[in-house]
Design a protein around this ligand. Structure first.
Ligand SMILES: [Zn+2]
Length: 182
């Protein structure tokens, strides 16, 4: 799992780079939003961990730019703050940031735990073959229209969502969802 660490504070950055590398992640570093965007577009990370106040391009402008790219828009983001301003947290949530952490309130170890938990939540959407094996029975047991597997709200084809519970044991939580309505 690749993490892109974006922060203009070299001390914070090198400290977290070391902690995350020790936790088994591949870490790439960027000193501001411009460098972060450049690195993310060349080698799309699995997670972006960014600060807010930075020269050239701040954390919010970075997220705005990421959201314009269909691939980078899906990368989960953790935003870190020194000051913990409420308006920053509200804005971050509005922009779809997964976690907003305030440095004085968390230990580096807790940050690593939060990152691991985010990766655990990783989900996959799969189309399944409605004519194979028990697909029709499964759909009818879950009261999904067994003729067409369509969402009753919008008409999209239903898909199977698999969320990782335990990657080592290949354990998943499976749900039928509409990819459009969620
Ligand atoms: Zn739907």
């Amino acid at each position: 799992m690749k993490i892109l660490l974006v922060d203009d504070d070299a001390n914070i950055r090198s400290m977290y780079a070391e902690i995350l590398a020790n936790a088994g992640f591949l870490v790439e570093e960027a000193a501001d939003g411009v460098e972060g965007l450049d690195k993310a577009s060349k080698n799309v990370p699995d997670l972006i961990f960014t600060g807010i106040d930075m020269p050239r391009m701040d954390g919010f402008a970075l997220i705005e730019s990421l959201k314009k790219d269909p691939v980078m828009a899906k990368v989960p983001i953790i935003m870190s703050s020194h000051r913990g301003r409420r308006e920053d947290e509200a804005k971050a949530k509005e922009m779809g940031v997964s976690e907003f952490i305030v440095y004085v309130t968390v230990t580096p170890k807790q940050v690593v735990e939060k990152i691991k938990a985010l990766f655990q939540k990783k989900a996959y959407l799969l189309k399944f073959n409605r004519d194979e094996l028990d697909a029709q029975k499964l759909a009818s047991d879950f009261q999904i229209d067994s003729m067409n597997y369509k969402c009753h709200k919008c008409g999209e084809d239903m898909v199977l969502s698999l969320e990782i519970i335990n990657a080592d044991n290949h354990e998943f939580r499976a749900r039928f969802i509409c990819p459009a309505c969620g």
